[in-house]
Ligand binder design. Sequence first.
Ligand SMILES: [Zn+2]
Length: 280
Amino acid sequence: MTTPPDAAARRAVPPVICYPNETLPKPPLDLYRAARAGAQKVDEVIAPPRDAAHFRVPAGHFFRISSIEGPQVGDLNLWNADDLSERFYSGKSRALHGTHLTTGMRMWSSFPSLRPMATITEDTLGWYGIDAFGGSVHDVIGTRCDPYTHNLLAGGQYHHCCHSNLTRALADATGMTLAQAEPHVHDVLNVFMCTGFTRDSGQYFMKASPVRPGDYLEFFSEINLLGALSACPGGDCASQHSSDLAACHPLLIEVFAPAEGALDGWQSPPPNGYDRRHGG
Ligand SMILES: [Zn+2]
């Protein structure tokens, strides 16, 4: 390998944002917040430690994920409740918003729909920002802890990884078998997880989550949603996951319905407008 004479000049080229997002439709946060102010709680479910729970949120409702007993990371999957083939698209949400999501950002769905599934309306960890290590909270860069990678790196059979927890939760929600449910499980929003990439090696890192009981992340549901949330076996993800060693805590999911008429003028977003002819 030879370094070219103009290497420094090539490295010095300034970066350009891949997807300038000024043209993204802006979520009407003021309307959402006004609707939330008059909303009533209609449901709640607990994701037990090292396990997952499922929940349903009609379009125009809100859902909140809260830390309740101790620092805990959650792995979130979302599906269109009426068509499981439309699901959260972590990679495109990352391309549009960046590596970590916070208030005003959206969870976008898979092709061909590519529309907002949920909009983050409140984030009590929004103060964290980006720390000196390049770490931040609620990433869309990780995938989910899973028993296959665990087997590859450490051997053994660990069944309470988020991937398996989400598989069981989706099977419970739909009546599918585990084998039928598994292919629907997808890359997650890492709720409360603090992560980044090391500057020197570019490796995915995690560190103890800054979340404390009482913290929450709240969403406006843009379409009818089926959700599943796994309380990761990594607990606060300070040291390791895919084992029973970390202290783990439950996570609370609450659903809120807006008052009649509170969303007048709002419409659930339609699927993407591309005509799908692909030049054929
Ligand atoms: Zn996990």
